[in-house]
Ligand binder design. Structure first.
Ligand code: PLP
Length: 400
């Protein structure tokens, strides 16, 4: 029987240049971003300059995690205790967690069958809740109609924080995700598009938001050493009223990321080659349904979602177990209990008044999720689809 033997969690090695530079930093010991000699510019500040340039954003602030970048994003949008924050219900735990951490309450918004935030529900919930901030997760790389979304946000005076944990490098109508809202958050945690173990970025074009994010990140009064720097008078205005939340990135992680930056565009092409192979293979299996990428998006296919139409929800755990026995690791977004990185919105029980969101539940009920590490190649993707096709054939067979 055909089996697949590569792990779904193995990333590529850090480029040799990054390993060398990391050793250099370990040898001189200047790991803290503000620990520089003379006119030296720290690795973190260089990374901020390089990422801002690549992203096409004025400012970049490197952080200890993606979740921390989201929290800073909410804070610089003025979100505080008791405020309400709109958020699409299809997302991962750090998103409601970040809202909770700033003392605010999530107002969950439905998604459509293709995994995008439901714009009419967004508008309805904006009116009903009076929320002035939207934390938009481009979950699993599915980008909503951003012009229509921003028009709703503008009409209701809503600030937008884009969570780009899955869309670093993705675009809508040629414009990079992260450059639509007021501020964006990225993650460089191991399973994202660049890998520093933990880490993240906040990007924005707004002087005051950038200055606040820098001071909030824990700049003491050394903000002048940052890689991308708003004018001094902006700091003068905000520095004494912006609390220090200590979530800086360190030079070791920064150098590890810097060594990956030159490969990012090529890696995006590699992901899409794997994704497109899987998409074509899975789409051809009767009983599997993949929402088409009909939107005006340039995606980065670092994971794939599809629906097991021919399998009843009750049988999905069994189907996944059979695939797993043959080495194909799929995760189920419809599961009642959260498992590993996957969880459904109703497992975040610290949210008061958890709503019932039938459209989101229906979209996720049969949705499975597969990670696509760059340690796979096109032939691997063909083996994976073959195994899923074999297993699906049993479920399509008439009962009895
Ligand atoms: C990974 C991730 C984040 C940020 O996670 P960290 O582990 O804190 O870097 C935020 N949102 C989503 C949707 C994610 O998958």
């Amino acid at each position: 029987m055909l089996t697949f033997t590569k792990p779904f969690t193995q990333q590529e090695p850090i480029p040799e240049a990054g390993i060398q530079q990391a050793l250099e930093i370990l040898r001189h010991g200047r790991l803290h971003r503000y620990n520089v000699m003379g006119a030296e510019i720290s690795e973190v500040s260089l990374l901020e300059q390089e990422y801002a340039k690549w992203q096409g954003a004025r400012y970049c602030v490197a952080t200890a995690s993606g979740g921390q970048a989201i929290q800073l994003g909410l804070r610089v949008c003025g979100v505080g205790p008791g405020d309400r924050v709109l958020a699409n219900a299809y997302t991962l735990a750090p998103v409601p967690g970040a809202i909770h951490a700033v003392g605010a309450e999530p107002v969950l918004v439905e998604i459509d069958a293709d995994y995008h935030i439901d714009l009419s529900h967004l508008e309805e919930m904006a009116k009903r809740s009076g929320a002035k901030t939207l934390l938009l997760s481009h979950m699993r790389g599915h980008i909503a109609d951003m012009e229509a979304l921003m028009a709703i946000a503008r009409a209701h005076h809503i600030k937008v924080v884009e969570d780009c944990a899955h869309t670093m490098g993705a675009k809508w109508q040629g414009k990079r995700s992260g450059n639509f809202g007021d501020v964006a958050a990225f993650s460089t945690q191991t399973y994202k598009h660049m890998n520093s173990g933990e880490g993240g970025f906040l990007t924005t074009d707004d002087d005051e938001m950038a200055a606040r994010a820098i001071v909030h990140s824990g700049s003491y009064m050394l903000y002048g050493r940052h890689g991308t720097l708003p004018p001094d008078e902006v700091f003068e205005k905000i520095k004494l009223e912006s609390a220090n939340f200590s979530c800086r990135m360190d030079n070791l992680r920064a150098t590890i990321i810097r060594s990956q930056m030159p490969h990012l565009d090529r890696n995006i092409d590699r992901w899409n080659q794997l994704y497109d192979t899987l998409f074509a293979g899975l789409e051809a299996i009767a009983g599997v349904d993949i929402p088409p990428r009909k939107q005006a998006e340039f995606y980065v296919g670092s994971s794939i979602q599809f629906k097991l139409k021919a399998v009843s929800a009750r049988d999905i755990p069994d189907f996944l177990a059979r695939c797993a026995a043959r080495g194909v690791e799929l995760k189920w977004f419809g599961a009642e209990k959260p498992a590993a990185f996957t969880s459904r919105y109703d497992s975040w029980q610290y949210i008061s008044d958890l709503p019932d969101l039938p459209a989101t539940k229906a979209a996720l009920e049969k949705t499975v999720d597969m990670r696509i590490p760059l340690t796979f190649d096109v032939a691997d993707c063909q083996i994976i689809t073959q195994i899923i096709a074999d297993e699906m054939a049993d479920y399509r067979a008439p009962a009895g």
